[in-house]
Design a protein around this ligand. Structure first.
Ligand code: URA
Length: 193
């Protein structure tokens, strides 16, 4: 598993299939543990991710770690974290279709090698890459289970950046909904052997 991932990572590090290769500082391939249980797929690297070469290390990442921590999970021992695309789009704009297309094989390889039983689809860019166009908006589909590749179960969840912009913890608020979703994910995670 590790050797296969390392091989793809090496390939990715010299990738110049789209113009983001000209502006990136680092490839952001993955963080966390390679395992066959839980994978989180985010959108795209931001400033800090590009600087450090690791996903979710900025403010959104700190919140993500807290959310995992609330249910006793962590990137150090339980979750493999990656993004839909591996290079930072300038000014953190949404990735263009041709950038997503150029990067697709790396994400597909990560999923194909790990075959995770649970995939967390984090935010709308990941949602658009992993579910059909007619699946609905993130607000509509978050918290629902979908069938994914290799018999996985996939759940769309809000992106932590969205939660950072919405402070309320009241019932029905984005933070409250995330809490329901992470508890459900942990419930199913605990049934895996
Ligand atoms: N947002 C993402 O979707 N991914 C990251 O790695 C950082 C911020």
């Amino acid at each position: 598993m590790y050797e296969e991932l390392e091989k793809i990572k090496k390939e990715c590090m010299s990738c110049n299939k789209c113009s983001l290769s000209k502006t990136r500082t680092n490839i952001v391939f993955s963080d966390g543990v390679a395992n066959n249980k839980l994978m989180l797929i985010g959108e795209a690297p931001g400033y800090w991710e590009d600087q450090k070469g690791l996903p979710f290390v900025g403010k959104a990442g700190q919140l993500l770690d807290k959310i995992f921590g609330c249910v006793g999970l962590s990137r150090e021992k339980d979750v493999y974290i990656c993004n839909t695309i591996k290079c930072r789009p300038p000014e953190n704009r949404d990735p263009l279709p041709e950038e997503k297309a150029a990067c697709k094989k790396y994400l597909e390889a990560q999923i194909g090698i790990l075959k995770p039983k649970i995939i967390m689809i984090c935010g709308k860019v990941a949602l658009n890459s992993l579910l059909p166009d007619n699946a609905g908006s993130i607000t509509k589909v978050r918290g629902r289970w979908f069938d994914g590749p290799f018999n996985s179960k996939m759940m769309p969840i809000f992106h932590p950046s969205y939660l950072l912009r919405n402070d309320s913890r009241e019932k029905g608020s984005p933070k409250w909904l995330m809490w329901q979703d992470i508890k459900e994910i942990k419930r199913v995670y605990d049934t895996l052997n």
